[in-house]
Design a protein around this ligand. Structure first.
Ligand SMILES: [Zn+2]
Length: 248
């Protein structure tokens, strides 16, 4: 992995993250992404020699424990994406606590878990304390590209690191995508889903879920990693962005 930038600028930090969940929720509730897509994208990360953060729902972990063991075994960060992928804005406080607690307990049977991302990048600020109660240290539930919903910080001890662009941006034509990605300030937080590495192109799934899925999406992820390598980026797991250092 390159460790020096081509200029005097410090290297940009890039977090590649994977939201592991049922296929394109709430439109499908099948598991082809976990069964077929997750191994393919983990193979790519292994070939590229990068460590990523995998936010996984408790139900996905229960469905595909081998994927969870592989995430931990290959040095990626295991992180929580809730239990069922139900959106938090529709949950009362007790339901929200149950989603967070159940996923944390299940995932911690496989490894240490300190980072969280809410489904659909929607997490009410009044629930941040529930994450602290369950021992989380970092939240990546905000989205810089959702201008109206992005509020920099609530009163919380959590490190908050928003996602930089939505997942389908990575599948745009390279001349648009690369110009966009090059301009992002660090830390750059990218995300994708295992179901993007399953070919949905001939289905009637909504367009942003199905375009360039399957092999093209995998090629796009490889190209994005190559772009940031050419810029001298450092690929970091999200927990490494917690100020007191959780690089282990
Ligand atoms: Zn999700």
């Amino acid at each position: 992995m390159p460790t020096t930038a081509p200029s005097a600028e410090p290297p940009i930090d890039v977090c590649v993250t994977v939201d592991m969940e049922p296929d394109c929720p709430p439109y499908l509730w099948t598991w082809r992404g976990m069964e077929e897509g997750a191994p393919r994208v983990l193979d790519l990360f292994a070939r590229e020699g990068i460590k990523t953060t995998c936010f996984i729902t408790g139900e996905s972990a229960r469905h595909s424990p081998d994927v969870v063991r592989r995430i931990v075994g290959e040095g990626h960060e295991l992180a929580s994406h809730g239990m069922t992928h139900r959106p938090f804005p529709g949950l009362d406080r007790n339901e929200a606590r149950t989603e967070i607690r159940d996923s944390a307990r299940l995932l911690r049977e496989f490894g240490d878990v300190v980072s969280f991302r809410a489904p659909n990048l929607m997490f009410p600020a009044e629930y941040l304390g529930l994450l602290e109660d369950e021992g989380f240290r970092l939240d990546s539930s905000q989205a810089k590209y959702k201008a109206k919903k992005f509020s920099p910080d609530g009163p919380t001890k959590l490190t908050r690191v928003p996602a930089s662009v939505t997942s389908s941006v990575l599948r745009l034509p390279p001349f648009i995508r690369n110009r966009w990605l090059r301009r992002l300030p660090g830390p750059v937080v990218l995300f994708c889903h295992p179901w993007e590495y399953v070919d949905w192109r001939k289905t009637n799934l909504r367009l942003d879920c199905r375009f360039r899925t399957g092999d093209p999406a995998l090629e796009d992820m490889a190209a994005v990693i190559a772009l940031f390598k050419s810029l001298g980026a450092r690929f970091r797991r999200m927990r490494e962005l917690i100020p007191d250092g959780m690089a282990a």
